[in-house]
Design a protein around this ligand. Structure first.
Ligand SMILES: [Zn+2]
Ligand SMILES: [Zn+2]
Length: 260
């Protein structure tokens, strides 16, 4: 790996499941970081799962966290350090009380004991940066039905932002416009324009809301669309491309690698 370079591999970027090309959101960054932990993580070999030390979670929804409980159960005993899950305080509280609560799944932050757990949570706030070697990962604002963030990955050479799930967000637009060297933007568009009401109610984007955000950008990243609803994906992409202005957004593809 070139010094200062990062690569992001798309393990899943769909808004739903159904077949081996349709996994929910998860990105493998280099070989030791996961950005969200949806069903795509289940395709990794055991050895690849073992190399993951850090999981950055955007929000608590099932399609973004589904593989955390299963993954920690698979690798926990074989690893010699805990898997660290980074999320906001609110998201950690939700994961603790609704997933790792001994009812849905054991509390792996106390297994085998609290001093040597298989899993640990690390709080991150909007605007805060975690540095891992030369790589910097910063939480960005997002707006969704539950507390949510996006993430900016900074390789030292360039930046990639992943929006997570978000509605139209002035705060996210401002955060994007404040970035230097923003080369790639992965942003969700979960619904078509016919589903504008559903997008508003569930705090997601549809093509017209995406366009409203893109129009306010003063930066010029490559745009990749994620979280397309299975069965609606072609329609949503046609609507996006028909109104994209100066940008040429394309659908993010499961399996592709973005280096930056
Ligand atoms: Zn969500
Ligand atoms: Zn989602």
């Amino acid at each position: 790996m070139m010094p200062g370079n990062m690569k992001l591999k798309v393990l899943g970027c769909s808004g739903g499941i159904g077949g081996d090309r349709t996994r929910t959101t998860s990105f493998l960054v280099d070989d030791d970081i996961l950005l969200d932990c949806g069903t795509g993580v289940g395709d990794l070999e055991f050895d690849d799962l073992m190399r993951v030390d850090h999981v950055f979670v955007t929000h608590s929804h099932m399609d973004h966290i589904a593989s955390i409980p299963l993954m920690v159960d698979s690798v926990g005993e074989a690893r010699n350090m805990p898997l660290t899950v980074y999320a906001t305080e609110e998201t950690i509280r939700i994961l603790r009380s609704h997933v790792f609560n001994w009812l849905i799944w054991p509390d792996f932050t106390s297994i085998p004991d609290r001093r040597h757990p298989f899993l640990r949570f690390q709080k991150i706030k909007v605007g805060e940066t975690v540095q891992l070697g030369k790589r910097r990962i910063t939480a960005l604002p997002a707006h969704h039905t539950v507390p949510a963030v996006g993430y900016c990955l900074d390789s030292g050479d360039a930046k990639l932002v992943y929006s997570g799930d978000t509605a139209y967000s002035k705060d996210l637009i401002k955060a994007l416009n404040d970035l230097t060297d923003l080369r790639h933007l992965i942003i969700e568009t979960a619904f078509s324009d016919e589903q504008h009401g559903l997008a508003m109610a569930s705090r997601h984007l549809c093509p017209s809301l995406l366009q409203a955000m893109l129009e306010e950008l003063v930066v010029s990243p490559e745009i990749y669309i994620s979280h397309l609803k299975p069965g609606q994906d072609d329609r949503i992409m046609r609507q996006i491309q028909a109104q994209a202005g100066r940008f040429s957004p394309r659908a993010l593809v499961q399996g592709e690698v973005i280096a930056f």
